[in-house]
Write a protein that binds this ligand. Structure first.
Ligand code: GLU
Length: 275
C-alpha cells in the first residue's frame, strides 16, 4: 500500500531521529521520487489518444509517456489512476498520486502548488465544432457563442482573460468527454482546448465534428510533481530529453496521432527549468 508523499514528508522530523528505510534524497535533503520502486501516476481516463480507459486498461500517449518516464526514473512498479483536470493539484498535494501526466499545462498559477518537469510536448489550443457549423473559423468567432470546458482546465481562461473574448455562455462539464457529448447533443456551440485532445475526439467521430485548425496558444504539457521535488523534476527533464534523442517520443507521437491528420512537433521542447 502506498502512503501519501505528503505524509512521508511530514514524517521527515521523525525520520531524522529514527533510522527508517532510507528514502532517496534530493540535493536539498528533501525526499524525492527518484529511485522509488513504486510510483502512482495520475493520467486522464476519458481522452482518446492521450489517456483513455479501454475495458479497464488505461491507454494513450500520456499513459505511455508516464510509463517511460517512471521507468527512466528507476521505478519498476507503476500504478495508473484516472484524474480529472480539477483533481490534479489536489491529488499531488495530498500524495494520492506521485506524478501527473494528464494534458497538464504548465501555468504560473499551478507552479505555486506543484513543480513541473518538462514540457514533454507543446500542444496548441484549438476549437471543435459540429461538422455542420460553418461560421467558426478561429477563436474570435467564439464571441457570442457558448463554449464548454472541463472543470479545472485552463482553456476557457485563454479565451476570456487571455484574449478578452466575450462568450455568450461558459459551460463547465466534469471532463472533456462530457463537453464533447454536449457538443454532439447541440447543448453548446464549441469545445475549445488542446488540439491533441480535440484530435482524439475527432478521430472517434470524424463525420460528426470539425476541428477548426486555427491554433492560438502554446500548451506546455508538464509532468506534475510534488512541490519542491527538484531532483525528480531534473530527472524527468533528463528522461524527456533522452526520449526525444532516442526516437521514443517520435514513435509515440506517430502511434497515437499519426492517423489524426494533426501535424505533430517532433523536436525536443524547451524545458522550463526546475526552480
Ligand atoms: N492543457 C489544458 C490544461 O491543463 C487543458 C486540458 C486539460 O485540462 O487537461 O488546463
Amino acid at each position: 500500500m502506498w502512503f501519501g508523499r505528503r505524509r512521508a514528508w511530514s514524517m521527515a522530523a521523525l525520520a531524522a531521529s529514527v533510522t527508517l528505510v532510507s528514502p532517496a534524497c534530493s540535493a536539498g535533503g528533501q525526499e524525492s521520487l527518484v529511485g522509488e520502486e513504486s510510483l502512482t501516476i495520475g493520467v486522464k481516463a476519458d481522452q482518446p489518444g492521450l489517456g483513455l480507459d479501454v475495458e479497464g486498461e488505461l491507454v494513450g500517449f500520456d499513459v505511455d509517456m508516464a510509463h517511460e518516464i517512471a521507468e527512466r526514473l528507476g521505478a519498476t512498479d507503476v500504478e495508473l489512476v484516472g484524474v480529472t483536470s480539477a483533481e490534479r493539484e489536489d491529488k499531488l498535494i495530498s500524495g494520492e498520486v506521485d506524478m501527473v501526466v494528464a494534458t497538464y499545462s504548465i501555468t504560473p498559477a499551478r507552479k505555486t502548488e506543484v513543480i513541473f518537469g518538462g514540457p514533454y510536448y507543446v500542444a496548441k489550443q484549438d476549437i471543435l465544432v459540429r461538422s455542420d457549423e460553418n461560421d467558426v473559423a478561429g477563436v474570435r468567432d467564439l464571441e457570442g457563442r457558448s463554449v464548454c470546458q472541463g472543470e479545472g482546465s485552463n482553456s476557457a481562461l485563454r479565451i476570456t482573460e487571455g484574449l478578452g473574448i466575450d462568450v455568450s455562455e461558459l459551460q463547465e462539464a466534469e471532463s472533456y468527454s462530457a463537453c464533447v457529448e454536449r457538443l454532439a447533443a447541440g447543448e453548446v456551440d464549441a469545445v475549445s482546448t488542446d488540439n491533441l485532445i480535440l484530435a482524439g475526439f475527432l478521430a472517434e467521430d470524424p463525420e460528426g465534428f470539425r476541428l477548426v485548425n486555427n491554433p492560438f496558444t502554446d500548451e506546455k504539457y508538464g509532468v506534475g510533481l510534488p512541490y519542491g521535488d527538484v531532483a525528480a523534476c531534473e530527472a524527468v527533464n533528463k528522461a524527456v530529453g533522452e526520449m526525444y534523442q532516442d526516437g521514443t517520443a517520435s514513435e509515440l507521437l506517430d502511434e497515437w496521432f499519426g492517423e489524426t491528420g494533426l501535424e505533430v512537433v517532433r523536436s525536443v521542447p524547451q524545458f522550463e527549468g526546475c526552480d
